[in-house]
Ligand binder design. Structure first.
Ligand code: TYD
Length: 394
């Protein structure tokens, strides 16, 4: 396979097989026409870049019924408030400050910038509509040449362009960077947070790999990708969100003080995040993890135990389909999202139930699919007296 960014050779090292759309929760009548693609992963050592071989067309993933709402986690709402405050403290010095968010979802982040000139670009109609209700200046579009035309023509340049858990969704990174360049002020910053390759390796959280996550970035890969366009990674700040993410800060000019960045590069070199060896080790860890969780589930069932799932995350689609876990093991998955309730999980077709159902039908074991929201969930589910399980350490 050729790297999506520089076309150099990219070794495929991991194949999860046939996968449905991770957020494609569906009705029974749609089972027969469900869409599948092959989920396999390659690594380009030249750019240190972990990437999917192929992905469904973005319009198949980010459609009018997209069911992921950023505001579904109270912790994430707080996180974005803090993130916004950090931007205000560091980057709002210019008069007529302007900010644009790529993939602004339901407006959770931009809600903190209502008093500033702000633009949210959001291709999924469902979440965009909520942003409009929240009085966010949201545009129901993909971040591309067409959606930016107006700003380019009127010479509107932004001080900050931001994206959270969305930059890795964009297949054509070359085009993305070129577009950012067109609308970013000369001294502007491009800031984004994405799940971190190093954290995924450490936790063996291979459920971070699904159709939307076309890339799994590291500081090394981001630095190399952006250098191709004369942009510089000036800082990288680890975040605990989504099980371990990284905030990347990109500018046209290099920074004087790169101490923090040097430490991160050293960590990545030490962990061989730039080498195919770490990928091969990860592959083997995924296989062991699969065996371990299946052994655990089978043993619970053999002893007559019952299991349900908690949170119908997009991540769970990879686990359930790769490990072949269906209603033979898990009776239902509960979730707070109204668009998911009453439907079935992609591929394995486990029913999705509401939280009342969970509270009235508690099982002996609960598989926590939103392990990244563990604290928030444990704090509110104190009535559950059974055992929580997951493929990652809880
Ligand atoms: P998350 O791990 O943020 O997302 P992803 O889909 O990207 O893997 O999980 C979001 C889902 O978890 C969403 O469907 C709502 C659900 N959820 C609950 O049901 N209860 C909760 O307390 C939380 C925090 C999330």
């Amino acid at each position: 396979m050729k790297c999506r960014i520089d076309r150099s050779n990219c070794k495929i090292f991991l194949n999860f097989g046939k996968m449905p759309i991770a957020n494609g929760f569906l009705k029974k009548k749609d089972f027969k026409s469900e869409y599948f693609f092959n989920l396999s992963v390659g690594f380009n050592e030249k750019l240190s870049l972990f990437q999917l071989k192929s992905n469904p067309h973005p319009k198949k993933m980010f459609n009018k019924n997209y069911p992921f709402y950023t505001s579904s986690s109270k912790y994430m709402v707080k996180h974005f408030k803090k993130f916004a405050q950090w931007i205000k403290n560091n980057f709002t010095k210019n008069k007529n400050f302007k900010i644009l968010e790529i993939g602004s979802n339901d407006g959770t982040f931009l809600n903190n910038f209502k008093n500033y000139f702000h633009v949210g670009i959001e291709p999924s109609l469902s979440v965009h509509k909520v942003a409009l209700i929240n009085k966010i200046n949201s545009k129901n579009k993909f971040f591309d040449q067409t959606s930016l035309k107006k700003y380019i023509k009127k010479k509107v340049f932004f001080d900050v362009i931001v994206g959270s858990n969305v930059i890795c969704h964009i297949p054509n990174q070359n085009e993305l960077i070129r577009n950012v360049k067109k609308i970013l002020k000369e001294d502007g910053v491009f800031i984004f947070e994405e799940p971190y390759l190093g954290a995924m390796y450490k936790k063996i959280s291979y459920d971070q790999i699904y159709d939307e996550h076309i890339y799994m970035f590291s500081a090394s890969s981001i630095s190399k990708i952006f250098q191709r366009y004369n942009f510089h990674l000036i800082d990288a700040i680890p975040q605990i969100t989504h099980g371990g993410s990284m905030r990347y800060i990109i500018k046209r000019k290099k920074n004087e003080n790169e101490k923090n960045l040097v430490n991160i590069f050293n960590y990545e070199n030490k962990k061989k995040l730039n080498k195919i060896e770490s990928c091969i080790e990860f592959k083997s860890n995924c296989e062991t993890s699969k065996k371990k969780i299946l052994d655990k589930i089978k043993s619970i069932k053999e002893k007559g135990g019952s299991i349900c799932g908690y949170a119908a995350t997009s991540k769970s689609t990879t686990i359930l389909n790769y490990c072949n876990i269906g209603t033979n093991y898990i009776d239902y998955i509960c979730d707070t999202t109204k668009e998911k309730i009453g439907k079935f999980s992609p591929g394995m077709h486990i029913p999705i139930k509401d939280m009342d159902h969970f509270h009235n039908n508690m099982k002996d074991f609960v598989y926590l699919f939103a392990w990244n929201h563990k604290d928030e969930i444990f704090n509110k589910e104190t009535n559950f007296k059974g055992k929580w399980i997951s493929h990652v350490e809880l």
